[in-house]
Design a protein around this ligand. Structure first.
Ligand code: DC
Length: 220
């Protein structure tokens, strides 16, 4: 079974999707990490952000390994490096590039293979796995999402203010929602779940219930 979890940054997707996969015994795929890894590598190689073809060529030749806990680019561990504010701010150069998206969508489908998987991103239920049996769209209010992100950055030792986080988050939401290829939008058959005011365990219980109901439906 394929479970897609899409939604905006800070809704809790990564934490929830990873834990859900573990509870279900499914594999987990963090597709945001793939866009981040391409942006990280483009920066490392001093590519010209104004030349989209350079970024596409780079994406095609990278060896990306996105594991449950570790992300590697050509064998180098970039798990932490792709999560800095700088890389976060540059990732739209990869995510808004149709050629990069085409390539990464292909890799995501290959990664799923025939296994049961929980995959999270922005376009998993719409573009990458339109026939997935279980689609969740995870949301939270902008303020709640910004608070969580500020907390996460502080725990990594990155100083910032809530207003600054909210500003960058609004910019990212706008870009994610308005790009022509793979925009962030709920699939028409996705179940929308708001995480406002819920603990991660409560969200996880709710999602597990949804997936198990689908599994039961399938076997009857
Ligand atoms: O989920 P995240 O914050 O790690 O995602 C990083 C960026 O990549 C974010 O700006 C949205 C983009 N992204 C995307 O365009 N498509 C996906 N499937 C996943 C992430």
């Amino acid at each position: 079974m394929i479970v897609t979890i899409d939604g905006p940054a800070g809704a809790g997707k990564s934490t929830i999707a990873r834990a859900l996969a573990r509870r279900l015994g499914f594999r987990f795929l963090d597709t945001g990490a793939m866009y981040r890894a391409v942006a990280w590598s483009a920066r490392e190689n001093h590519l010209d952000w104004d030349d989209p073809q350079q970024i596409v060529a780079l994406a095609r030749q990278l060896r990306l390994e996105v594991g449950e806990h570790e992300v590697r680019v050509d064998g180098r561990d970039v798990t932490e490096a792709i999560r800095t504010s700088e890389v976060t701010a540059l990732t739209h150069f990869a995510a808004n590039n149709p050629g990069v998206r085409e390539h990464l969508v292909e890799l995501q489908r290959q990664a799923a293979g025939m296994d049961s998987i929980v995959t999270e991103g922005r376009d998993q239920g719409t573009v990458v796995f339109p026939h997935a049996e279980c689609k969740i769209y995870l949301t939270a209010s902008p303020e709640e999402r910004a608070r969580r992100r500020a907390h996460e950055l502080a725990s990594r030792g990155q100083a910032t203010t809530l207003a600054e986080v909210l500003h960058h988050q609004n910019q990212r939401d706008e870009r994610d929602a308005n790009r022509e290829v793979g925009p962030m939008v709920a699939a028409s058959d996705a179940l929308e779940v708001s995480t406002d005011g819920l603990t991660p365990t409560q969200v996880l219980d709710r999602l597990e219930e949804i997936v198990r109901a689908k599994l039961t439906q399938r076997s009857t």
